[in-house]
Ligand binder design. Structure first.
Ligand SMILES: [Mg+2]
Length: 162
């Protein structure tokens, strides 16, 4: 059977959007309800991936390693809940600095996640909090949901059938 895949933007969806780049441990705070939402999807057979723009790396504000250190926490969170985690896909470039193929609204990260999960487009979706997130989903041919930053996803999707 085809895999079902839920892809998340990071800032504003997994951890709280705080109006500046999040790369310090002390700035990383989970959005309430995130892990409950993951468990709900897990129980319906979903696996998970993250697709996030991290232009602060190109700007020299933080390093690849800073980013990876925070994602280790997230990846551990999935493992602790027996939720299959496909991978972290991130775009370190920024249009002000360099041309980048991965950065949303381009769809490359979503397509890579789907390929790795072996998920068909009709069995995948992406949740983000900005216009470029839904644009990327549209380009990738998958469902895209835009929520306000720091939304409790359980409230937003309430009785939605995935
Ligand atoms: Mg975001």
């Amino acid at each position: 059977m085809d895999k079902k895949l839920a892809i998340f933007d990071r800032d504003g969806i997994i951890n709280r959007e705080i109006g500046r780049y999040v790369f310090r441990d002390s700035d990383f705070e989970y959005v309430p309800g995130f892990w409950e939402f993951v468990k709900r999807l897990r129980d319906q057979g979903y696996c998970f991936a993250v697709a996030t723009n991290q232009g602060g790396i190109a700007k020299g504000l933080y390093t690849h390693q800073d980013f990876k250190n925070l994602m280790i926490r997230v990846e551990k969170g999935f493992a602790e809940r027996n939720a299959e985690y496909i991978g972290t896909f991130y775009a370190p470039g920024h249009d002000d600095i360099c041309k980048t193929l991965a950065r949303k609204p381009k769809s490359l990260m979503l397509e890579r996640a789907m390929a790795k999960a072996k998920a068909m487009p009709e069995h995948a979706f992406f949740i983000g909090d900005s216009l470029r997130d839904v644009q990327a989903a549209e380009s990738a041919g998958i469902r895209g949901y835009r929520v306000l930053p720091n939304t409790n996803l359980n409230d937003f999707f309430d009785d939605y059938q995935f």
